[in-house]
Design a protein around this ligand. Sequence first.
Ligand code: PEP
Ligand code: MN
Length: 478
Amino acid sequence: MTAPTNSWTPSSWKTKPVSQGVAYPDEQHLSKVLSKLDALPPLVSPSEIERLRYQLSLVQRNEAFLLHAGDCAESFDACTHENISHKIGLILSFSLILVWGARLPVVRIGRIAGQYAKPRSSNFEKVGDREVLSFRGDNVNGLDHNDRTPNPDRLLSAYFHSTATLNHIRSLLTSGFASLHHPSDWSLSHVRSPSLRREFETIIDGLSDALDFSRTIGVDPASTASYERGGGRGTVGEVDFYTSHEGLMLDYEQALTREFPIPASVLASSKTSTPLPQKAFYNTSAHFLWIGDRTRQLTGAHVEYFRGIRNPIGVKVGPTMQPEQLVRLLDIVNSDKDPGRVTLITRYGAGKIQNHLASHITSVQQSGHPVVWICDPMHGNTHTSTSGLKTRHFGAIINELTSCLRIHTECGSRLGGVSLEFTGELNDEGFSVTECVGGSMELGEEELGLRYQSFCDPRLNFEQSLDVAFLISNHFKQ
Ligand code: PEP
Ligand code: MN
């Protein structure tokens, strides 16, 4: 008798074709590293993962908004106190603008503490008259042209850099840095545009008043309990934060996949058609993982791996996705149609969204799959500037975002969040990066070279990100 085709194990992906696979020159070295990773402790816990899954079900019901943001790729060298706190500060500032304007709780997921691997359109890169392997991210090989041989030790280094990053995030969150009572601690000094600064200060003043008022009338912290299911903080003025990365390197993801009991509170309140088992496999390297646009083949290794983990997952949806393919993918990764399990991250490009989004929304509506829809207005809007630098026009980003908001409304759907590549990074003189063109600071193409620090995709800087936050917040205020 043959085994049922749907039996899943953390390694069943190995029986399927692996897109974007990495060829290591020394398999034994890789096995040794993977055994070590297998033994190392988890980075995140099942109860945190379940809390995020629950909060995403609230986003799906229009009771919260999702902000997914961070760098295109992290680097080991950028794992510093300054970079991490600027990133968290920007995510908190952005979400504060949304909370204030849209009057909705914001679920914050950083592209952080593990976002090292990058998919590539070509395996090779031309350097002068020679060809070298492409850079695949710090957890695979080096940015330096002479360091392109994949080295398994980089997977271990990724684990330890993720751990250091996450540890610092946890300490920032528990030491008052993230408290809504002191939002000006999150680096307001970076905002150079006087009008943007004024708008942000108005929010902070309003928020302080609101928090003082809540304290005065003795608001019960337990009133936030329904948002915090799974043992959350429930304290007015404190925030949750979750981590994510693209689940690209399946050997690494498998090593961090562990079987744990499903928390009793989740079992007790589950409404799935088939009862939940007592135990499940959790990817303990991050709270949320997503499948990239290049690795979402229905019969491929990534979809096979993702279908078996209990974490909430994202799926990138680009212009080449057929509507029926999208529904089949949802059938595979969420056969129980459980709300909060799948977030669709659409990324078509400003010129293409009109041709694709409505048919994707309609097909998913007809299938009855409960999904969170979020807009990634970055990845379909990348081009090379005249100086040869990869950039994105702020106008195209806003264009895709506003089309996305409109098309959802026209289809009787609602945009549940955004996925952005942005950075709060500053140079030594305190200036923001110059990687995307436009925005309220009117950054010109000729200025891109001034402070271009990304080694991957171009990111919105601090001011440009707040511009986007105000746009979304104003939309939901109406
Ligand atoms: C990314 O999010 O950095 C990325 C590579 O996206 P996509 O898979 O949508 O191209
Ligand atoms: Mn990117």
